[in-house]
Design a binder for this molecule. Sequence first.
Ligand code: E4P
Length: 220
Amino acid sequence: MDIWLDTTDIQLVHKAVKLGIVAGVTTNPSLIAKANRNQEEIVDDLLHAQEGPVAIQVLATDMEEMVQQGQMLYSLSNRLIIKIPLTQEGIESIHLLSRQGIPTMATAIFHPRQALLAALAGANYVAPYISRIEKIGENPWKVLQSISHIFHSYRMKTKILGASLQTIDHLLQCAECGISGVTVHKELFDKFVESEEHTLQAVQQFSLEGEKYPFLFAVK
Ligand code: E4P
């Protein structure tokens, strides 16, 4: 399962690149607003900080503007993936962009029917919003399983990227569902890669015991 970073934080991207576990980066208008920096500059930094794709979301909500923004964004780099919220306008935008060879990610997915529509329209990715689905009282794992089942049944090439994750449990359940990837924010990424307490204790014990007999470890 690929790990994407849901961030505009370049330091975090550097950290994940060093660990060798970053497949790409996603952003959204809230993250750009929080960073309070020009979107184009952020995109440029994210493209330089890692080798994978960067998914960038259109701000417009009507079809013509969404397509126009998507085209303008894609002209910055062919490593960009255009994120389109899966509204009815979004379906048409995905269709038009995909016919121009512009890769898209249907975002803010809450229901399998939206994922099916996105795939039919030509989306390369669908991003179901795990914690937000939970918050509205629905079962995100049923949603994921349903999407996976539909895509698998019809051999659809659209990939599933679990988004809006809040916990390690969310991340592991996504992995158990066998989806293509997840996108994680900074706090979750830090928790994901932190050393496990019991592992640290085991290492300390090995060090203490081994250090009593250093000559046994000499490499000849
Ligand atoms: C996905 O690409 C979105 O940017 C993101 O995962 C939304 O997450 P949130 O619910 O934490 O805002």
